[in-house]
Design a protein. Sequence first.
Lengths: 589, 434
Amino acid sequence: MATKLPPVDAVLVGFGWTGAIMAQELTEAGLNVLALERGDWRDTPTDFSPAYAQDELRYYWRHELFQRLNHDTLTIRNKASETALPMRQLGSFLLGSGVGGAGVHWNGQVWRFLPSDFKARSHNLQRYGKAAIPDDMTIQDYPVTYDDLEPHFDKFEYLCGVSGKAGNLKGVIQPGGDPFEGPRQREYPNPPLDMPYGPTLFGKAAAELGRHPFPHPAANCSRPYTNPLGVQLGQCTYCGFCEKYACGNYSKASAQTTILPVLMRKPNFTLKTNSEVTKVNLSADGKTATGVTYIDDKGQAFEQPAELVILSAYILHNVRLLLLSGIGKPYDPATGQGVVGKNYAYQITSSVNVFFDDKILNPFVGAGALGTIINDFNGDNFDHSGLGFIGGGYVGVLQTGARPIETHNTPTGAPAWGAAWKTAIARDYLKTASVATHGAVMSHRGNYLDLDPTYKDALGRPLLRMTFDFTDNEHRMSDYLTDRAAEIAKAMGGREIKANPRKGSWDVVPYQTTHNTGGAIMGDDPKTSFTNRYLQSWDVPNLFVLGATAFPQNAGYNPTGTVAALTYYAADAIRTRYLKASHQPLVPA
Amino acid sequence: MRRPALGAAAAAVLLAALPARITAQQLAATPPVTPPVTPPAASAPVAPESPQVAQGRYLSILGDCEGCHDRPGGAPYSGGFPLPTPFGTIYSANLTQDRDTGIGAWSADDFWNAMHNGIRKDGAKLYPAFPYPYFTHITRAESDALYAYFKTIAPVSYRPPPNKLPFPLNIRLLVTFWNLLYFKPDNAPQATPAGGQHIVQGLGHCGACHTPKTFLGGDKAGHELEGGKLDNWFAPELTADPRRGLGAWSTPDVAEYLKTGRNMRANASASMADVIHFSTSHMTDADLAAIGDYLRGHPSHAAAPATPAPDPRVMAAGQAIYVDECAACHAVDGKAQPTYFPPLPGAAVTQSVDPTTLLRFILSGTQTVATDARPTPLSMPSYGWKLDDAQVAAVATYVRNSWGNAAPAVSPADVARLRRKVARTPVQKPSAAI
């Protein structure tokens, strides 16, 4: 029997980026906010000390910062005719757990989606006609525009102290920046990171081919920075341990380094860790969330009443909690009806290695978003006529640190083990650059999330089941990006190149990207979306669902910038409108 | 400050210095779970504070009263905070208005007698852990204002535990002899208190930590604010000395440090974090400037130490360790990221003759105090688990003698002694098994 606790104004389920942002905004509005986090408390000096933060074995290979799959995982299959099996080891994506969530071990790649990304269906229909979008490609327009989100992108970039160079200031293209980006109102808060040799060679070669290289916008501070909340971030040391690691130097933006020093001091904010929410509770008519039920680390259940319930966990947990709580109509791929679990999407990646004989690239120097990028082939920045796909991605050399256990690029023909393999690694480690491609995945009728009929977690709840595969659109698009990457790779002037295209069905084993999206998407129509434009549930107006859960399909960019902008956008609507008319839908259904 | 000003006194054997207290909570960052949700302060009508009470409230900040009279989890001012001394533990008194366990039955004269003479209402001598040798410099009007303020503190019935002092230190009468040696009531406190000296030497009781002590725990006459060693910390000089003191600081530097917990030259942590948290960060800008003016003009009488050039092999070893372990934050040239991570050239903590605080930072790590102005508790990790005694000595010697710094070399034996006293479990957690 759950112990009933005194009510709070707002309860947040999950305490990573979106939870911390929303908590900061709602406590500013005077609300009593409680955040429930299933994982541990984590902070920089005690958990990510620079005396040992750069430990590849401990953090990456032994997964210390990630979700414990023996407690909770999901089942996976490529198509509905298969039987899904539990993911027993992390591979393709690295789920987070604990305070700060996956925002602790991210790279700090901060992007704004393109204006046309927010209009994926109408824009492509208009430019390429009906045939460009197959019947089973279930893409939708976002119910918000780039312009709606611009101030909120800006707010997040200044929170993080993003290092970069604007390419489009109020419509005026800026030299050295990304000429394809949507217009921004002001420059990045910090200048770009210093560029190492490999990305510099890429930029030179790309420019010679007529592309438009620029420094990747990075939530790795290029100089000491005090953000608008007064929180201090240190200068990045290029130690090469962002990706899959926590930052020990206060240089990579995370909830810990940008918000928590201020938020944790507030008397109207409470965080409870090791508290796993099992259900969102509803009123008898199902139209109001009355709070949540959670279980602490001793197995004791608590009922936490709240006026406002906000799901701010990772997308897979948000969707599963909706399904477990019986909120919204589950998506049925057979009929295309229902919204919860609909339009799950991902991203598709590939790479081309360049091996040099005469250039020492020092790849161990690195930062999570340190690199040179081109967006010439992202989104609809190029003419897709006759290509047989829509969407795109960025291409670039990101030098994230080449950790020694993980990084052993060898050229075509090198053996995969033994003395000759070791010789090849020793010869090439310092002299290899990798041109990466990072492409969009459109939503498709057969890619979705639901509850697994067989497997359960440590608490006895059904696991989430993921049904996903790349379609022809993704493969054509990724092959096209790989070819463009290879052109630049060749022009970089190395001894040889080696392309690593993404072939076949999606495979859960090799790491690709932790950019899972969709499942409770935002839209203009309650029949085809779970939330309205303010991330407010159509069915339960005092329930908001944050995160990439809301993406109708994925774009060719890392999602965190857009996730954060949508969170600020929703927070603004809650503060300025919802709280003045409690429990009311912000958009008439 | 959370530190007795002086030790418990006894007849023949007596006090060295009194320990600073640094709590685990201060070293760790923000606690994982904040206190239970309390609604934002309701706008219930509150009677306006009288000028005298307002003055007393501010004086309580100058005196850092809460620093010693709050205990973790207890009501403010209800006492019971353990002040560890080399001789035993003294618990701070309950200052709430409870008549039995607090000071609710005290008159303004009783209060003055405690502040000015170190004598309790029942006539007993107070142990000089209560810093009456400094408080004696306040005026009667100030004492009355403090008294008026304490009258507004709601009674809390709580009796602090009895002090844990062995015989004969538990005989309060012996304080009489100590007072004869080290205490002189100020019978002419400034009628119009003003200026930094009145704060520093009076309520602020800065010398409690920053003045060297005799073997009996009294202030060394003629050496005010020349640096004190307490509880395995060294509180640096607050004098005009350019290496070991504040000679290179401007008055705004001092004010910024005391207000925000950091400035372009230093970050505040350890026991000073408490002082800033409870006291100086709440002071007026005028008072902070007055403190700065006074300290910067305060001459040092300490002889400059001999600083022979250190062994080049030790310096080379220290430099190698420094570049590997320290340069990420403090930079290869030591200039660091001022107001984020403190620069090492010219810093008193690196050049104090007594290296205890520097060594302790390396062994145990430390955390910059979070203030309203600067809420980030930027931290230095512990290296005690990673570097052995010779390595700690080498890197300490290196930073004490690089970039224009000059200070006596540190020996591995110095490190070993401190390590025994402050031994901590290594900070590194075991790898989690999957």
